[in-house]
Design a protein around this ligand. Structure first.
Ligand code: SAM
Length: 284
């Protein structure tokens, strides 16, 4: 559940539509992290790849390019609006592996057999993670690997904390911390329980490495424009956007001013760059 609604309702409602509209921005913000994911996955020509929680499809498209025409890619997600964007992008691609995008709950669905499963921030939202990782493990024959990115703890992710801390004083009440082991972006912030979860799901080897990258949250002709652009991103996507959405409607313009002010000191040469901190996990 996310704020009293199911994950399917959450990703098919306003949040899914917002992510779909902002696909290009989002892919640009995540680009350095995506590169780290694919370096680790080391996909080989001809492989079959499952992209878990593929969203608007950037990583499915990249996987299809990397495994080439002899390979095959399945992008699976529960969000119809994000899958619609993914499908429209796949039609424009040629010379890559065929991609099928399927609306499916990866916690339960049997989607076939894959040499590689990967995910960019798509594995933290299963109501029952243990069941989901067992299901994913089942779709990987011996030798198959799962590679994914998930967020480390909130305080290490300045791209979230800087805008978030600007918004908190404006809220009528401090939001409660997330319940342990419930769907959400920071659910796997602690490495040890995550490694135990994956081992419990039947993965024999699990490596969990810290990856830090500076992500570009906004650009502009001036630092002031860059800070504004970055505030727009922070208030449309991710945890700060979630806080503002949950609060009263008139908060938005005040939040925009506060977040822009907080991001301004981080603008340099027309770019706002802030640290993102992830776990890059590989299990086989
Ligand atoms: C943070 S977004 C990441 C999307 C995409 N991987 C990206 O990097 O742009 C999380 C995605 O996981 C999807 N998702 C959540 N629960 C899911 C489930 N049970 N099965 C498949 N996808 C799921 C959501 O719909 C959403 O697209």
């Amino acid at each position: 559940m996310a704020g009293g609604i199911t994950q399917a309702e959450y990703w098919n409602g306003e949040v899914g539509a917002r992510w779909a509209r902002n696909q290009a921005v989002l892919d640009a913000v995540f680009a350095p992290l995506t590169e780290a994911l694919f370096d680790r996955a080391a996909l080989r020509g001809g492989e079959a790849v499952l992209d878990i929680g593929c969203g608007s499809g950037a990583t499915s498209l990249e996987a299809a390019r990397r495994v080439g025409p002899e390979g095959a890619v399945t992008g699976a997600d529960i969000s119809a609006p994000l899958l619609a964007v993914a499908r429209s992008r796949a039609e424009a691609e040629s010379g890559a592996a065929p991609i099928r995008f399927v609306e499916a709950d990866v916690e339960r669905a049997d989607l076939g057999a894959y040499g590689q499963a990967l995910s960019r921030f798509g594995v933290m939202f299963f109501p029952d993670s243990a069941r989901a990782f067992v299901n994913i493990r089942r779709m990987l024959p011996p030798g198959g690997r799962l590679t994914f990115l998930c967020w480390r703890a909130l305080p290490e992710n300045l791209w979230v904390t800087v805008p978030r801390e600007a918004v908190l004083p404006l809220l009528p009440e401090i939001p409660p911390p997330p319940q342990p082991d419930t769907p959400g972006p920071f659910r796997f912030a602690a490495a040890d329980p995550l490694v135990a979860l994956l081992r419990g799901a039947g993965f024999g080897t699990v490596a969990c490495d810290a990856v830090d990258r500076d992500v570009v949250l906004g650009r502009g002709a001036t630092d002031a424009e860059a800070a504004q652009a970055a505030a727009h991103v922070a208030l449309n996507l991710g945890p700060t956007a979630h806080l503002v959405r949950e609060a009263e409607p008139d908060l938005r313009s005040r939040a925009e001013a506060a977040v822009t002010a907080a991001l301004t000191p981080h603008a340099q040469g027309g770019t706002v760059r802030l640290r993102a901190a992830c776990w890059l996990v590989q299990a086989g």
